[in-house]
Design a protein around this ligand. Structure first.
Ligand code: M6R
Length: 606
């Protein structure tokens, strides 16, 4: 969602801010702006709606050479998409950018009635609150700390005032802020990708902390202004990883690089000769591993579907486990009870999803151990879980999640494989899956290359349809859900995923020649039943596409057969083809593939 960047140092702030905002574009936004202080200590604000390119156009007419500033990409929550609502907000002596939501902004606004508010935003109220505290000789740091205690809600903020021209104040509560420490420069951002190429040394601010940043570095305090010794950490990743690398879109790059990223996910974690899987991060003793009887998997969107698919494998690998997979936005408000011998897997690419984070906190309150299955290193979820494993998919820039899905499923399967050793698990299956995991990167690469043109042609054929059903049974069912999600979010085609056994319970009423149906059919003991569903749809005039690893005769409008030695994990291969299919349909329809309308990469508000 919204993104923050700030700079103080030797470079021209405007350039660093624009560069940083471009790196944050992928998060999804509808307006952007920057505020800088020029070398004569005069503030300048530029804001625009639409893409960063619009902001660049505005700035072309008024370039400034100051060395301090803040920038923001806004995803509207309070108030429409207008220049006036865009950040930075300026009130009195305060310039502020803000991520998050101030819940008590209406009551604060009433108390601050002496200000002539211009926008509909909670952020402008926050700025006024800081300004109202910034008097009687108190410092900007103290004014921000006081205001931070007066607001209710979530925030990541960066603030400056012309009164203290070499200082940026940043603070966080529930919205990430990272301080990059360079040589005579400090760059702050809500996302580490904006810092890459400037510095690798960083402080990840914790909730309830604020920092005073200058070109000499940063000092961290709590809101009672007690000085804290902050950990200096190393930022993961490099600039190449956040570039398109010759591809037309990040999405295509991320689909196509799955062999490489999966190799990183698996590296050092499986031994196909011994049939063993091992993850370093869960932080559980042997006794704790033995005692686990119940697993709850929590996630949103694609992360939820990854959990659902993993659960099918986990219950086969560890037969004495009960597994529950839950949608975070629902679970957080349920009166749920978890047995003491439970472990929660918190699945999130970004590690910042508000609902997932809220669930994590609810589960922790009940004394249950939480393990993160997270991609973004140093993210809030990764920091708050008791243990966990990074999925090592590398930066995922496109809003639609692809390579992270594959990495999440595989990581949870490895966790189950490891757990199985303490639970007299299914040894034969562990050995088979370990072998398949070792072969999976190569097989994904081959599948994507071999069927690329076929999928592209298929996408062209179906790009004009407005409705689709995705169907599958058993491990192909979560794949059907994920396939439908991918299609709808980037192509805007109405698509629904169903377990094919559910067809007769309702969705078959939709089937006619205006719909197309994608069947993922795995060559296993349910094959005949899957084919039954396909026949029922064909009999009613539905246009059918089958993705399968079977070589049996199948009657459908279009079939893509993968010929792979991967059997148990075949749904992951079929899913990569669904990703490619959705991608090419979206391209064909002329959509903004990497930043689909209304969506944000990390959903940091409810
Ligand atoms: O960062 P997270 O994995 O927690 O994100 C969860 C969902 O918001 C995310 O998977 C979303 O559904 C994607 N747009 C799917 O492509």
């Amino acid at each position: 969602m919204c993104g923050i960047v700030g700079y103080v140092g030797k470079r021209t702030a405007q350039n660093v801010l624009l560069n940083g905002l471009k790196r944050l574009e992928y998060r999804g936004y509808d307006s952007a702006g920057i505020a800088t202080l020029d070398d004569n200590n005069r503030p300048h604000i530029a804001r625009s709606i639409g893409k960063i390119a619009e902001l660049e156009n505005v700035l072309l007419t008024k370039p400034h050479d100051g060395h301090l500033g803040i920038g923001h990409t806004r995803w509207a929550t309070h108030g429409g998409v207008t220049v006036t609502n865009a950040h930075p907000h300026h009130v009195g002596n305060i310039y502020l950018v803000h991520n998050g939501i101030i819940e008590n902004y209406k009551e604060l606004k009433e108390k601050l009635s002496k200000y002539n508010f211009q926008s509909d935003t909670d952020t402008e109220v926050f700025a006024a609150l800081i300004d109202s505290n910034y008097k009687d000789g108190i410092s900007l740091k103290d004014a921000v700390a006081k205001a931070a205690k007066q607001v209710r809600g979530t925030y990541g903020i960066a603030v400056f005032s012309p009164n203290e021209p070499n200082t940026l104040i940043v603070a966080r509560l529930g919205s990430p802020l990272i301080i990059g420490l360079g040589q005579n420069e400090t760059i702050i951002a809500s996302d580490a990708s904006a810092l890459l190429g400037y510095t690798r040394e960083a402080i990840y601010l914790n909730d309830g902390e604020l920092a005073v940043c200058t070109d000499k570095g940063a000092e961290v305090f709590n809101l009672n202004l007690k000085h804290l010794n902050a950990n200096h950490e190393t930022i993961d990743g490099n600039v190449e990883q956040i570039q398109k690398g010759g591809y037309q879109h990040f999405l295509l790059k991320e689909i196509m690089e799955q062999a490489t990223t999966l190799h990183n996910t698996l590296s050092g974690r499986i031994d196909p000769k011994l049939g063993k899987m091992h993850l370093g991060g869960p932080n559980l003793t042997e006794e704790e591993m033995r005692n686990i009887k119940h697993i709850v998997i929590v996630g949103c969107g694609t992360a939820y579907y990854a959990g659902l698919l993993a659960s099918y494998y986990m219950e086969q690998l560890v037969p004495d486990l009960t597994i529950e997979v839950v949608i975070a936005s629902e679970y957080r408000y349920r009166s749920f009870h978890l047995p003491k011998d439970s472990v929660a897997l918190i699945v999130s690419q970004s590690g910042e999803t508000a609902d997932t984070l809220a669930c994590l906190r609810e589960i922790k309150k009940r004394g249950i151990k939480t393990l993160g299955i997270v991609n973004v290193v140093g993210s809030t979820i990764a920091r708050e879980v008791d243990g966990g494993t990074y999925v090592h998919a590398g930066p995922e820039i496109s809003v639609a999640s692809t390579k992270a899905f594959t990495a999440q499923v595989v990581t949870m399967v490895m966790f189950a494989g490891m757990l199985a050793e303490y639970h007299s698990g299914n040894a034969e299956l562990i050995s088979k899956i370990t072998k398949e995991l070792s072969e999976l990167p190569k097989e994904i690469e081959t599948t994507l290359k071999k069927h690329h043109d076929e999928v592209k042609a298929l996408a062209k054929k179906y790009a004009k349809y407005n409705d689709a059903l995705y169907l599958g049974r058993d491990t192909a069912y979560p794949i059907a859900l994920e396939g439908a999600l991918k299609l709808k979010e980037i192509s805007y085609i109405h698509a629904e995923g169903y377990a094919s056994g559910e067809l007769k319970h309702g969705p078959i009423a939709l089937v006619d020649e205006t719909f197309f149906e994608v069947f993922s059919i795995i060559d296993n003991w349910l094959f005949d039943k899957s084919i039954g569903g396909l026949h029922e749809v064909r009999a009613r005039g539905g246009k059918t596409i089958v993705l399968t690893n079977s070589d049996a005769e199948i009657d459908a409008d279009d079939i893509i057969r993968i010929n792979s030695k991967i059997k148990i994990l075949a749904p992951l291969l079929l899913n990569t083809l669904q990703q490619l299919f959705a991608y090419y349909i979206a391209v064909d329809r002329g959509n903004d593939v990497d930043q689909p309308r209304n969506l944000a990469k990390s959903v940091t508000v409810e």
